[in-house]
Design a protein around this ligand. Structure first.
Ligand SMILES: [Zn+2]
Length: 156
């Protein structure tokens, strides 16, 4: 999936979570947008990879693309690191939900993800699409509609 689909996925997921919880919607959604692009740090051409090229190159050289950074172990690790940095639960939940949304969206691509890294099993959902294809645009529109529908509760 492309960066904009991931960001919209993170925003949609955290907007939905804000709708059904008592967390601070602003902190949750901003953190969700940031969390949604963290896993692609393994890819130098991604939004976050271009921002942190040295870190991105190191991770890519050691682990390759879509391995550890697209795994449960990395999700837990980042969640744990966040608890050391902040006690703002809205930020922690936002980043974790944003990252989880990224993994779900990438599991909808033909290449799938190494969710159980270091186990080499590839996880992909039964229905897959190719990155940047027409189906992805439909997903992007659907995520946007969900965000507007649920998010209007916070704006009004
Ligand atoms: Zn990815």
């Amino acid at each position: 999936m492309t960066g904009k689909t991931h960001i919209m996925g993170g925003i949609a997921a955290t907007t939905a979570y804000a709708y059904y919880s008592n967390y601070d919607p602003t902190a949750l959604i901003i953190s969700g947008a940031i969390g949604s692009i963290i896993p692609d740090i393994c890819h130098g051409g991604s939004k976050i990879g271009r921002r942190f090229p040295i870190l991105s190159n190191i991770i890519n050289a050691i682990f390759g693309h879509r391995t550890i950074t697209h795994s449960l172990i990395f999700l837990v690790l980042i969640g744990y690191i966040l608890t050391l940095i902040t006690d703002n639960q809205s930020i922690i939940m936002g980043v974790v939900i944003g990252m989880a949304s990224h993994l779900i969206l990438d599991a909808c691509t033909k290449n799938g993800i190494k969710l159980l890294y270091p186990a080499s099993v590839t996880v992909r959902l039964p229905i897959t699409t190719k990155t940047g294809g027409a189906v992805e645009n439909i997903v992007l529109i659907a995520l946007t509609i969900v965000t507007i529908y649920l998010g209007k509760e916070f704006i009004l």
